[in-house]
Design a protein around this ligand. Structure first.
Ligand SMILES: Nc1ncnc2c1ncn2[C@@H]1O[C@H](COP(=O)(O)OP(=O)(O)OP(=O)(O)O)[C@@H](O)[C@H]1O
Ligand SMILES: [Mg+2]
Length: 247
C-alpha cells in the first residue's frame, strides 16, 4: 500500500492557544478514514492545518503528502498537488460564478487551459449526478445558496477537481434525507471513477452507510485518543465520547 498522507506529531495554535497538541495520522492511497470527536476537539482545525490555511500557526511536527513535505507549503500549492478540503461553513464568493470558480481551480490544478466546451459538458454531467439545477452554474459561488446547496456545490468541486485526497468536513450536516442520498452518490462516484482517498469529519453517520471505512480516529482536545476500524463508529454512536474525555 502506498502512503499518501502522513501527519506526524502536528501541533498548531491560533493566536496564543494551542489547538492541535501532537496529531499523528496516516492515510494510504484510496483509503477511507473517519474522524470523530466532540465539538471543539480540533477536527476542522486539523483539516485547515493540513490544507495549509494560514490561520493556524504550526509549531511542531510534519505533514508529508505524496512524499513531499508540505508542512510550510501554501494552500494553493497543496491544492495543486491534489488535495481538496470542503468547509464546514462554505464561504460565499461574490462576483465569481460557480462555473468560473471551478474552471479557474481546474486550470490551476492542471497548469493548462481547458476547452470551454469540454468543461461545460463535464460540469453539466456532474451537476446532473448531484441534482443541481443548471442555472446554478452561472450564479455567484455560494451566494444565497441554502446550507444544503452549499454542501452539494462542494461535492461538485471535488468531483470536477479529482483530488487524490479529499477532506470532507461535516459535508452531510444540514442535508435533508434526499440530499444525503444524492451527496452519497457523488461520493461513491468519486470513489469509483477517481479512486481518491477520503478523510471524513462527521457527527452523523448517514453518509458513511454506503462507504467501506478503513480506519476511524477519535480526536479529543487536540489529540488522537483512539483508533480502530468501523466498529468504533457504532461504539461512539452508542456510548458517546465520555470515556475518551475522561482520560
Ligand atoms: N480562528 C480561531 N480563533 C479562535 N479560536 C479558534 C479558531 N479556530 C479554532 N478555534 C478554537 O479551536 C477549538 C477547535 O475548533 P475546531 O473548529 O477545530 O473544532 P471541531 O472539532 O471542528 O468542532 P465541531 O465538531 O464543533 O465542528 C475550538 O475551541 C475553537 O474555538
Ligand atoms: Mg468542525
Amino acid at each position: 500500500m502506498t502512503q499518501l498522507l502522513k501527519v506526524e506529531n502536528l501541533k498548531a495554535k491560533v493566536e496564543e492557544t494551542e489547538i492541535l497538541k501532537g496529531i499523528n495520522l496516516e492515510v494510504n492511497e484510496g483509503e477511507v478514514h473517519v474522524i470523530l470527536g466532540p465539538n471543539g476537539a480540533g477536527k476542522s482545525t486539523l483539516g485547515s492545518a493540513i490544507i495549509g490555511s494560514p490561520e493556524y500557526e504550526k509549531t511542531d511536527g510534519k505533514i508529508i503528502f505524496k512524499g513531499e513535505d508540505i508542512t510550510e507549503q501554501s494552500a494553493d500549492k497543496i491544492a495543486k498537488l491534489g488535495m481538496f478540503l470542503t468547509f464546514q461553513n462554505p464561504i460565499e464568493v461574490p462576483g465569481i460564478s460557480m462555473s468560473n470558480f471551478i474552471k479557474n481551480a481546474l486550470e490551476q490544478r492542471n497548469g493548462q487551459r481547458i476547452r470551454l466546451w469540454d468543461f461545460k459538458k463535464q460540469l453539466k454531467e456532474t451537476m446532473e449526478v448531484l441534482q443541481i439545477d443548471e442555472s446554478y452554474a452561472d450564479r455567484d459561488l455560494n451566494v444565497g445558496f441554502s446550507g444544503g446547496e452549499k454542501k452539494k456545490a462542494e461535492i461538485l468541486q471535488m468531483l470536477m477537481l479529482k483530488p487524490d485526497l479529499a477532506i470532507l468536513d461535516e459535508t452531510d450536516s444540514g442535508l435533508d434525507v434526499d440530499a444525503v442520498h444524492v451527496v452519497s452518490k457523488g461520493i461513491e462516484k468519486y470513489r469509483s471513477t477517481i479512486g481518491g482517498a477520503l478523510i471524513i469529519i462527521t457527527h452523523s453517520t448517514r453518509i458513511l452507510e454506503s462507504l467501506k471505512v478503513d480506519k476511524t480516529h477519535i480526536i479529543v482536545d487536540g489529540r488522537v485518543v483512539c483508533e480502530g476500524g468501523s466498529e468504533l463508529i457504532d461504539e461512539v454512536n452508542k456510548n458517546g465520547f465520555e470515556k475518551y474525555e475522561a482520560r
